[in-house]
Design a protein around this ligand. Structure first.
Ligand code: ZN
Ligand code: FE
Length: 239
C-alpha cells in the first residue's frame, strides 16, 4: 500500500491509500473534493472507499461529490450515521473493516467528538487518527470528557511503537511551542522541533510521525493521569 498526502483547505490533510497491485484506493477524510479529484485524474486510481474519522466538515466536506463522481462507498462509525454525509458502511468499535485488499481495525476514540474513530491498518503499521492525536498535540475536547480523551489517547499509545501516525491537520509547529514550555529539558523534543522546522521550510508535511517519538515528545501522551492531562488540555486551550 502506498500513502499519498493531499493538502486540503488551510491546514488539513486528506490521505489516499493506494493498492499498487490494482490501483484501488481509499481516501481518508476528504475535506474537499477538488484536490482529491486532481490527484485521481493525474494518477489513474480507482477511488473505491471514502473513510471518515469523524463528522466535522473539514473531514467530510468532499464525501458527496467524490461518492457521486466515482461511485465510492462512504465508510464511518455507525453511531454517527446521521452526521456523516452519504454513509454506506457502518462500523463498530474494535471491528475489522476488510474490503478488497484493505484491512483496518476500527477504534472508537471519543473526546474530540462523541463518534470519533481511528483506522488502524495494522499490517502496514499505520493509523489515521483524525483530530484525536496530532503530532505533538491532541484534539480539542468538543463533545467528550477529559477522561474519554485521555483513554482514547491511551488506546493509541498502546499500539506497536513503530506505528506511523497520520493525523488530520498540520498543527505540529504550533503544538511544539506548547510542548517545549511544558518540557523544556527534553532533548528529543528539541531535536524533533529542528526537524519539523526543516521540513516546513521545504514545504514538506511533518506527517507521518512515529508513535515512539510522540510518546517521548508529545506532552499529552506523557500525562500520567486524567488530572494532569486535564490541566494540560486547559492550559493549551488558553495558550
Ligand atoms: Zn474535527
Ligand atoms: Fe479537523
Amino acid at each position: 500500500m502506498k500513502i499519498e498526502i493531499i493538502k486540503c483547505l488551510k491546514d488539513n490533510y486528506s490521505y489516499l491509500i493506494i493498492d499498487e497491485t490494482n490501483k484501488n484506493a481509499c481516501v481518508i477524510d476528504p475535506s474537499e473534493s477538488l484536490p482529491v479529484i486532481n490527484f485521481i485524474k493525474d494518477n489513474n486510481v480507482k477511488l473505491k472507499y471514502i473513510l471518515n474519522t469523524h463528522h466535522h466538515y473539514d473531514h467530510v466536506g468532499g464525501n458527496l461529490e467524490l461518492k457521486r463522481k466515482y461511485d465510492s462507498k462512504v465508510v464511518g462509525f455507525r453511531k454517527d450515521r446521521e452526521r456523516i454525509p452519504g454513509i454506506d458502511i457502518f462500523l463498530e468499535d474494535n471491528q475489522i473493516w476488510k474490503e478488497d485488499n484493505f484491512e483496518a481495525k476500527i477504534y472508537h476514540i471519543p473526546g474530540h467528538t462523541s463518534g470519533h474513530i481511528a483506522f488502524h491498518f495494522f499490517k502496514e503499521k499505520i493509523i489515521f487518527t483524525g483530530d484525536t492525536l496530532f503530532s505533538l498535540g491532541c484534539g480539542r475536547i468538543f463533545e467528550g470528557s477529559y477522561e474519554q480523551m485521555f483513554n482514547s489517547l491511551n488506546k493509541i499509545k498502546n499500539l506497536p511503537k513503530e506505528t506511523k501516525i497520520y493525523c488530520g491537520h498540520e498543527y505540529t509547529l504550533q503544538n511544539s511551542y506548547f510542548c517545549i514550555t511544558q518540557d523544556s529539558k527534553n532533548a528529543k523534543l528539541k531535536n524533533k522541533i529542528l526537524n519539523i522546522k526543516k521540513k516546513l521550510e521545504k514545504g514538506i508535511p511533518t506527517v507521518p510521525t512515529i508513535l515512539n517519538e510522540e510518546i517521548e515528545c508529545n506532552i499529552f501522551l506523557k500525562a500520567k493521569n486524567i488530572k494532569s492531562f486535564s490541566k494540560l488540555r486547559d492550559l493549551k486551550d488558553n495558550f
